[in-house]
Ligand binder design. Structure first.
Ligand code: SAM
Length: 223
């Protein structure tokens, strides 16, 4: 059940604008991404008890041992995708639905996959409530991607895996790129893979990061 916040609309809008300004100050340069941060109501995508922290630049628990990433992380990953506006994007790890809501403002279509049923259901409800109509949330193992909807112009993986899943690379459109955290369980590197359209991929490392685990056939084995 989504309830409105005790804060007024103007106050919430101001908090979002301040968050966006903070992200600009720490180096986010893509104005479309900054505008999306200033417009997506993050407080409606997190548990009600945490709403007072919605516009702090922190990750927060969302249940089932999972987290909504800090806005700076969402913004940096979204910026790294270098989106133009007409793309179809695959997101692996819907979580709260926040990253999907940000992407929905920037591209034509988002296909998002979440493995935890309660999170997938809650994100679907929240995105409907926000009137987001270009995001589809599927329940399943996103480490294998979603061949039925491939190819994707961009793929964002929002949970940390041991290595870039091969099925995801196979589902990238020519010229497309994949951004996600890969490496050890304790710490990963944010990686960008770009497909040249002839079956070759270039790999860039964008910095250290720490994410919850990507579990699944092409991720870590679930305990
Ligand atoms: N993008 C999310 C957001 O905006 O709230 C944050 C996601 S949270 C850091 C990572 C999510 O990935 C968790 O919800 C987790 O259940 C999910 N996950 C982990 N392994 C997965 C897999 N193989 N397929 C789909 N989702 C997965």
């Amino acid at each position: 059940m989504i309830q409105s916040s005790p804060l007024g609309r103007a106050e919430l809008a101001l908090s979002r604008r301040r968050l966006s300004d903070r992200l600009r100050a720490i180096g986010i340069r893509d104005e479309r991404v900054l505008e999306a941060v200033a417009s997506v109501p993050r407080h409606l995508l997190i548990p009600e008890a945490l709403r007072g922290q919605a516009y702090k630049d922190v990750s927060l628990p969302i249940g089932a041992g999972q987290t909504i990433s800090a806005p700076r992380t969402v913004a940096a990953m979204t910026q790294a995708l270098q989106l133009a506006g007409s793309e179809t994007v695959l997101e692996v790890g819907t979580g709260s639905g926040y990253q999907a809501a940000i992407l929905s403002r920037l591209v034509a279509r988002v296909v998002s996959i979440e493995r935890v049923p309660q999170l997938a259901a809650r994100a679907r409800t929240a995105l409907d409530h926000l009137g987001v109509d270009n995001v589809v949330v599927h329940l399943g193992d996103g480490s294998a991607g979603r061949s039925a909807d491939a190819p994707f112009d961009a793929i964002v993986v929002t949970a940390g895996g041991p290595e870039v899943p091969q099925p995801l690379l196979a589902q990238l459109a020519p010229g497309g790129c994949l951004v996600g955290p890969f490496g050890a369980r304790e710490e990963q590197k944010l990686v960008r893979m770009r497909c040249d359209g002839r079956g070759n991929f270039s790999r860039e490392e964008l910095g250290p990061c720490r994410f919850v685990e990507l579990l699944g056939t092409h991720g870590w084995a679930a305990a």
